[in-house]
Design a protein around this ligand. Structure first.
Ligand code: FAD
Ligand code: SF4
Ligand code: SF4
Ligand code: SF4
Length: 418
């Protein structure tokens, strides 16, 4: 029977090399192998282990023989794939790219695509369900403090049934993620608040939730989310790279329950984190005090998938006086006003901050408020938020020519457009 959008499958590969390294049966890597061999894509952007398991390295692969080394899940891999496609692969404008995406990656792809920075027609996304990732720095500290193990001796990590499990020279040990998080370790703070657990805006959504019975641990649960995804499965099955069977209905039910529980947990963390920021003036004061440490290194701007302006307003000396420390608060206000409506809570701006400012928390708290006010949810479809209607070059020209800053004119008064 032909595979179609909406199908729920168990899938695994018969390719021995991929199977050996794969997380759960190797369906994802086998699908990429098929996509490259059949020239459905020119290249794939995936992740491989660098010097150790704390070092997740993004790689572009066009030779299918090189794919096996990219199988497996790296939970200390806190990368964001979409900005890499924009910055280093010309937004997939001139080649077809396949990408493995977590929820935040998929959301960032949509935000960049709606701003014409990525051509989604040339992108195939295989989504992986995501319970969360752990910052490499935290992981090392946590393994030493909570597991009493030298992080250098760990050769494998996995998250299974709510535990973070490590294998090391001399044994293995698992501790519940809840316990680790109570102690200030565990997943990144943005991951705790994340509610994009099954990335259905990708072409396929793959994970271990709901794989039960004899296939448990040996196959991946695949939700077929688009016709592109269905065609990929069909092609890989025909070539003998992939085997599938309908998902066990009981497994489907369990997967639904786990997703529901994860969403509740995300909501709990949002409440906790946002309440700790205070409200109104208290929140503003807290944000001003946290951001007072900023050294204006621009890393948060560089990594953010929503920041893409060629002439960044924060570099305009009339807006942010140069050479001043502490940095004028306008620097942060510009970022809040430009991107808060579209923040996908990917955590990148917090991960890279030299001053350890909780940037993602601050921005995410604003995004959630703006969503309540204007009803726009970022990262789930091609719907534009208000600010994305602004054409940067057009608006700068208007400013220069008229001195008018009517950037919303196009939206509220379509007659005024062009
Ligand atoms: P494989 O053939 O082993 O391929 C895995 C693919 O993931 C490869 O393309 C690899 O390059 C890519 N990859 C590895 N690490 C990363 C990373 N950090 N970021 C982006 N891509 C990466 N499934 C669940 O059901 N519940 C979960 O809670 C869950 N949490 C996850 C958390 C993370 C950080 C990751 C990466 C995956 C998670 N998964 C989760 C998905 C699951 O671990 C498997 O990836 C999925 O079942 C596919 O298995 P496979 O054997 O078919 O994949
Ligand atoms: Fe996974 Fe969400 Fe964290 Fe992204 S933000 S790594 S999708 S839990
Ligand atoms: Fe990600 Fe931070 Fe940008 Fe939000 S503001 S999308 S968390 S980098
Ligand atoms: Fe400031 Fe941190 Fe951004 Fe650097 S990364 S500009 S220190 S907020």
């Amino acid at each position: 029977m032909a595979t179609k959008k909406g199908d729920m499958l168990y899938a695994w590969t018969n390719d021995a090399d991929i199977k050996k390294k794969a997380e759960l049966g190797g369906a994802v890597t086998a699908l990429w192998k098929y996509a490259l061999e059949a020239k459905v894509v020119d290249a794939v952007l995936v992740v491989t282990k660098g010097v150790d398991l704390y070092d997740a390295v993004p790689v572009v692969i066009s030779d299918p023989a090189e794919l096996a080394k990219t199988a497996g899940s790296l939970h200390c891999g806190t990368l964001l794939m979409a900005k890499l496609v924009k910055k280093f692969l010309n937004g997939a404008k001139d080649q077809k790219i396949g990408v493995t995406v977590k929820g935040c990656d998929a959301m960032a792809f949509y935000e960049l695509a709606k701003r014409k920075q990525i051509n989604l027609d040339n992108v195939i996304m295989i989504g992986v369900n995501c319970g969360g990732s752990v910052s490499p720095v935290t992981a090392r500290k946590m393994i030493r403090a909570k597991y009493d193990v030298d992080p250098e001796k760990v050769h494998k990590e996995e998250i299974d049934k709510g535990q973070f499990i490590i294998e090391y020279e001399g044994g293995h040990k698992g501790i519940s993620v809840d316990e680790l998080e109570e102690a200030g370790y565990g997943r990144r703070s943005n991951c705790r608040r994340c509610k994009m657990k099954i990335p259905r805006q990708a072409d396929l959504a793959c994970g271990n939730w709901g794989v039960i019975g004899e296939k448990a641990g040996k196959a991946t649960f695949v939700e077929v989310c688009s016709e592109k995804g269905a065609a990929l499965i069909e092609g890989a099955v025909k070539k003998g790279l992939l085997a599938t069977e309908p998902a066990n209905p009981k497994g489907l039910e369990i997967r639904g329950k786990v997703e529901g529980a994860m969403l509740k947990l995300g909501e709990k963390w949002r409440k906790k984190d946002f309440e700790a920021l205070g409200e109104g003036k208290d929140r503003l004061q807290k944000i001003m005090s946290e951001t007072a440490r900023c050294i204006k290194c621009y890393q948060c701007i560089d990594v953010c998938p929503i920041c893409y302006c060629v002439d960044c307003t924060t570099k305009n000396p009339a807006m942010v006086p140069p050479g001043e420390l502490p940095v004028n608060f306008m620097f942060h206000l510009i970022r809040y006003s430009h991107i808060a409506d579209s923040c996908v809570n990917c955590g990148q701006c917090e991960e890279v901050c030299a001053a350890e400012i909780p940037n993602a928390l601050i921005m995410h708290s604003q995004q959630v408020e703006l969503e309540k006010m204007f009803g726009h949810t970022p990262g789930i479809n091609m719907e534009l938020p208000l600010m994305a209607y602004v054409e940067e070059k057009e608006e700068r020209a208007r400013l220069n020519n008229t001195g008018s800053d009517m950037i919303y004119q196009n939206v509220f008064n379509p007659v005024a457009k062009k």
